[in-house]
Design a protein around this ligand. Structure first.
Ligand code: PGA
Length: 253
C-alpha cells in the first residue's frame, strides 16, 4: 500500500524565536504549492509556540524534540506532553540518538515517553538505530529488535498506527555519510517485518518509517525510492529553508 510521505526537520539546539519565525516566513512560500507530502518542523522548546502560531493555517506541522512523561510536578527543567500540545505542537521526537548517548535515555524511558505522548494526542516520532560499532559487529538487526520490542513494549496495534518510527543509523547522523538506499531499505524492511509479527498486518502496512542521517536534497529521492522508506527526519539540511524545501519537493508521493 502507499503511505503518504512525511518529512520532518529536526532543528536540534538551533534557532531563536526570531530566527524560527523568519525561517517560516521564507519556507512557507517555498512549499506553498507542494502537495503529496506532510511537513513537520521541530524547533527548540522556546520557539515552539511562536512557530506553531506562525504555521497556523498552513500544512506545516510543529514538533517538540523531547518530552517528559509525567503530566506535571516537581521535575525541574522538564516539559510535559500536555504543555507541548498546548503550545501548538502535533508531533514529538522521542529517543533521538543524541538524547540516548548524551542524556542517558534508554528504551525504557522511550517507552514511557511514547505512552505519554500518545495519551496527550501527540504523534510520537520514535527514533531507533545502531552505532557504527554495532553495525561492524553485525548487530544492526538485533539492536533494532531490542529498541522496537522494549521501546514499544505493551503497545496495542491501534497505538502503533498513531506513531511514526524513524530509523537513524547513529553513524550517519551529522556525518555527511548517509546510509545507502540498500542499507536503509534492508533496515526498514526488517522493522516493518517486526511490526507485522508483533503488532499485526495493519499496523505494519500503515505505519510510516522515516529514514534519518545526512538526508540532503541530492540523496532524498533515492532513499525514498525504497519501498519501506516513507519519509525523512532531517537535521542539518533542515536549518536552511531553501535546502529543506528542496528536500520536501523531492519527496512527494
Ligand atoms: P542529520 O541529522 O540530517 O544532520 O544527519 C539527522 C537527525 O539527527 O535527525
Amino acid at each position: 500500500m502507499t503511505r503518504f510521505p512525511l518529512i520532518a526537520g529536526n532543528w536540534k539546539m538551533f534557532k531563536t524565536v526570531a530566527e524560527a519565525t523568519a525561517y517560516l516566513a521564507t519556507f512557507r512560500g517555498l512549499v506553498a504549492e507542494v502537495t503529496g507530502v506532510d511537513i513537520v518542523l521541530a524547533p527548540p522548546f522556546t520557539a515552539l509556540h511562536a512557530l506553531a502560531a506562525a504555521a497556523h493555517g498552513t500544512r506545516i506541522g510543529v514538533a517538540a524534540q523531547d518530552l517528559y512523561w509525567e503530566r506535571e510536578g516537581a521535575y525541574t527543567g522538564e516539559v510535559s506532553a500536555a504543555m507541548i500540545r498546548e503550545a501548538g505542537a502535533s508531533h514529538v521526537i522521542i529517543g533521538h540518538s543524541e538524547r540516548r548517548t548524551l542524556f542517558g535515555e534508554t528504551d525504557a524511558t522511550v517507552n514511557r515517553k511514547t505512552v505519554a505522548a500518545l495519551a496527550a494526542g501527540l504523534t510520537p516520532i520514535v527514533c531507533i538505530g545502531e552505532t557504527l560499532d554495532q553495525r561492524e559487529r553485525d548487530e544492526t538487526l538485533a539492536v533494532l529488535d531490542r529498541q522496537i520490542s522494549q521501546g514499544l513494549d505493551g503497545m496495542k496495534a491501534d497505538e502503533i498506527l498513531r506513531l511514526v518510527l524513524a530509523y537513524e543509523p547513529v553513524w550517519a547522523i551529522g556525518t555527511g555519510r548517509n546510509a545507502t538506499p540498500a542499507q536503509a531499505g534492508e533496515a526498514h524492511a526488517h522493522i516493518r517485518q517486526r511490526l507485522r509479527e508483533w503488532f499485526g498486518a495493519e499496523a505494519a502496512e500503515r505505519s510510516r518509517i522515516l529514514y534519518g542521517g545526512s538526508v540532503k536534497p541530492d540523496n532524498v529521492a533515492s532513499l525514498l525510492a525504497q519501498p519501506d522508506v516513507d519519509g525523512g527526519l532531517v537535521g542539518g539540511a533542515s536549518l536552511d529553508p531553501k535546502a529543506f524545501a528542496e528536500i520536501v519537493a523531492r519527496s512527494r508521493a
